[in-house]
Design a protein around this ligand. Structure first.
Ligand code: SF4
Ligand code: SF4
Length: 371
């Protein structure tokens, strides 16, 4: 299988620059009508992980959403925008605040796109996915290039997980607790709702302990577009100085024949691929890279990263408590405490913490092993 990925420079989030870079990238692939029929209804799915402003680089930038809406309006499409982040249930944040603070609400109002919530769902295979998939002709995946403590990369395939509304995601974290099982589940979701086109906002990306407030914004100055999410994530892996197969979702999807993960079969159009020198990977992912797999199997139980609290930053919002799939966190006084007997190191708590109050520490054996 061979695939094309368009890679175009975009040095800022200035409206005109983003619009022309996106158009250039899509034109390199033959133009938007190769993928989307004029006058159709399109569901645009950005990454809106939490209620943070665009400068945090946690959410797809509103100017990238705007450029995408305009591209679709140019062929008379009706555009629906929505995401299902883990902010429902008993958390203080809600989806309105996510839409507001991420800049998505304003951009949709200005551009005449319909901003929706994923309140209704229909089972597709093992997953309750938003019914907006049924009400739209196409799904367009508008992901952000970010690191992820559990999956290493949050790119095109991972972004589809937001089609599973709110708190059911926590259940899936519980059921698919190992990185391998979780990756296979993400690919299952991807197969249930395959986007017609995938766009990656990599103008400012997130390195380090992403995908939330513990990650660090980093300028990477690019937009990437492809119909093949696997090829796209493979290119992101190469930009991070990893091999595509280091990303378990990419490895699994390639094994199922869903796309290209072998670099020699991926044609890059536009700018050439450049590795991001010194790109900081998430701390927890380094375990697998430094130890041989056989050794890892034997000692994984003892070599671990654990979450811990930086108490001064905690506002006791309880987002981590609500999102821990193993009920390993409870509020106590002006902070939280972890039950490490129950913790499986999935880092959902770190992902949803709005204050970057949860950090990771190594187990003693990990320290002794110099990891
Ligand atoms: S405490 Fe955090 S890392 Fe541990 S299981 Fe709960 S959410 Fe996952
Ligand atoms: S650690 Fe973060 S998510 Fe948990 S209660 Fe404190 S501020 Fe909220």
């Amino acid at each position: 299988m061979s695939s094309q990925v368009a890679l175009v420079k975009c040095l800022s989030y200035e409206s005109k620059e983003v619009e022309s870079s996106l158009k250039k990238a899509v034109d390199l692939l033959g133009g938007i009508t190769v993928f989307i029929r004029p006058q159709s209804r399109v569901l645009l799915k950005p990454n809106l992980l939490m209620a943070k402003e665009p400068e945090y680089a946690i959410t797809t930038h509103p100017e990238v959403i705007r450029a995408c809406i305009r591209l679709l309006k140019g062929i008379d499409c009706r555009v629906v925008v929505g995401d299902g982040p883990s902010v429902w249930g008993n958390q203080i944040e809600n989806i309105d605040e996510v839409y507001e603070r991420s800049g998505t609400k304003a951009v949709c109002a200005e551009e005449g796109a319909e901003l929706v919530k994923f309140e209704n769902r229909r089972w597709r295979g093992k997953f309750p996915l938003t019914t907006w998939l049924d009400q739209c002709d196409y799904l367009l995946n508008l992901a952000k290039f970010k690191t992820h403590g559990f999956t290493v990369l949050s790119g095109a395939i991972k972004n589809n997980f937001g089609l599973v509304p709110g708190t059911f995601k926590t259940e899936l974290h519980k059921t698919y607790a190992s990185p391998q099982d979780f990756a296979a589940m993400l690919v299952d979701v991807y197969q249930q709702a395959k986007p017609v086109l995938n766009i990656i906002d990599a103008v400012v990306s997130l390195e380090g302990d992403g995908p939330g407030t513990s990650g660090k914004p980093r300028k990477t100055n690019r937009l990437l577009v492809s119909a093949d999410a696997i090829a796209l994530d493979s290119i992101l892996a190469l930009m991070m100085s990893l091999r595509p197969e280091d990303i378990l979702t990419t490895k699994e999807a390639a094994k199922r024949g869903l796309g290209s993960a072998e670099p020699s079969t991926i044609e890059i159009l536009g700018d050439s691929l450049a590795v991001e020198e010194g790109f900081i990977l998430p701390a927890a992912s380094l375990l697998d890279r430094k130890l041989a797999q056989q050794v890892l199997k034997l000692i994984r139980g003892f070599i671990r990263y654990y979450p811990y609290l930086e108490p001064d930053k905690c506002i006791t919002c309880a987002a981590c408590v609500a999102n821990c799939p193993h009920k390993a966190i409870r509020l106590k006084g002006k902070g939280i405490i972890f039950d490490y007997q129950k913790c499986v190191s999935c880092f959902c708590c770190q992902e949803v913490c709005p204050q970057a109050a949860i950090k990771l520490k190594k187990s003693l054996l990990a320290k002794l092993a110099g990891l």
